[in-house]
Write a protein that binds this ligand. Structure first.
Ligand code: CA
Length: 232
């Protein structure tokens, strides 16, 4: 049984008047989710909450004890849970015109024994920090924006279309690995070497996660900032 310790921080940032990021952590299931919503009025908040709630609920039930094909079943469950979130975001937007056009990114980390499932849609990210090196495990689904303060144009989002294409990877996990899940409010303001320094200097996940949020704020934090650290 893998033991994963999870630390989460979210911050409204220095400019926004609401926090459209949502997250979920469950140390018992070694599950962490971050979603970054978008859409006028309350849309962004609603979309990211629907995504996080749907995925965490869908991954709650116990898997069968039949061991064969378990990894494939886990992968299917994650993908199906994100598809269901996509339908629910679209349904909610259809029933309330003030939510029309809302959508959200999502990143999911599910550590199962010595393997980790990584799934994502959009430009929230997952990194792995191992032996002093940081590797980005997700590829942004976005076109770069010329304007540094502007959000990139997403090429994929939960709730954007009837069907959502989901990227999934299966990775090995070594003792001492640290996974970072975050919204773009962090990565637009803090470079990789800043993340590495924070993880190296602050051995305690509580302090390291706070340090990452503080770094984004020291650099202006025009957007909401959400950080989840998973220590394996
Ligand atoms: Ca954002």
């Amino acid at each position: 049984m893998a033991i994963v310790t999870l630390y989460a921080r979210t911050d409204i940032g220095l400019v926004r008047t609401n926090n459209e990021d949502s997250y979920f952590t469950d140390p018992e299931r070694c599950l962490a989710i971050v979603a970054d919503g978008m859409g006028g009025h309350a849309g962004g908040e609603v979309a990211s909450k629907i995504a996080v709630n749907t995925i965490s609920e869908e991954l709650k039930s116990r898997d069968s004890i039949w061991p064969f094909g378990r990894t494939q079943r886990e992968r299917n469950r994650i993908v199906e849970s994100i598809r269901l979130a996509n339908r629910r975001v679209r349904d909610a937007a259809q029933h309330d015109t003030s939510l029309a056009g809302m959508g959200t990114t999502v990143v999911v980390l599910w550590v199962r024994g010595r393997r980790a499932h990584v799934a994502h849609v959009g430009d929230s990210r997952i990194y792995r920090y191992r032996k002093g090196g940081l590797v980005q495990l997700t590829r942004d689904h976005s076109w770069p924006s010329e304007e540094a303060s502007m959000r990139n144009v997403l090429t994929r989002a939960v709730g954007a279309e009837d069907n959502v294409e989901i990227d999934h990877r299966l990775l090995d996990v070594a003792p001492g690995d640290i996974f970072l899940l975050c919204s773009d409010g962090l990565t637009r303001r803090v470079e990789d070497d800043g993340i590495v320094r924070a993880l190296r200097e602050f051995k305690n996940g509580d302090e390291a996660s706070q340090r990452l949020v503080d770094l984004a704020k020291e650099n202006g934090a025009p957007d909401n900032v959400t950080v989840v650290l998973a220590y394996c």
